[in-house]
Design a protein. Sequence first.
Length: 198
Amino acid sequence: MKFCSGCGARVEKRYVESDQRDRDYCKACDTFHYVNPKILVSCMVASGSKIVMMRRAHDPSYGLWSPPAGFVEQGETLESAAMREALEEANAIVDPDSLRIYNVTDLKDISEVYVGFVGSLANEDIRPGPEALEVGLFDEHDLPWDKLAFPAMRGYLKLYFEELARGEIAFHQSRADKSRRARVTYLVSKVHHFGMAN
Ligand code: ZN
């Protein structure tokens, strides 16, 4: 950050001994500002062997395809954010009981954490929202593989279709930075819901 969000003065970097790192500091407010990673969600909304994809009407990656995705808003749960993005971008209504986590991915170079979900499409009345040029239901063979919005997405979509064909959807934790990618896969045999509500 360059300017204080409280008073607009220019912030400076100050080393914080207890955190062992530089932080943004506003002299005028005598306040440290904590800038932490942003959380994004994506939702693969499935109908049989197909998933909902949307063609982005904004940058980055204007005109390219992605599952519905976006930032979690304040006051939202991860699940409600995933369902909202599917609805906003593709009018895709997700059956809430079907929603489950699919992946958590750290992108530390850009300070973002992605949480991916899979869920079932409640009805096939999908249409583009204001952030989409076009929406569609695609299976592995007709998906626009050469027009994906983000390179990291390809691996996950491939993995999902592979698992779907095997009938075994796992949970994947991964990280990607400039130098390497790594992934841990957890096979989940049962999902229990304890007092969960969106
Ligand atoms: Zn200030």
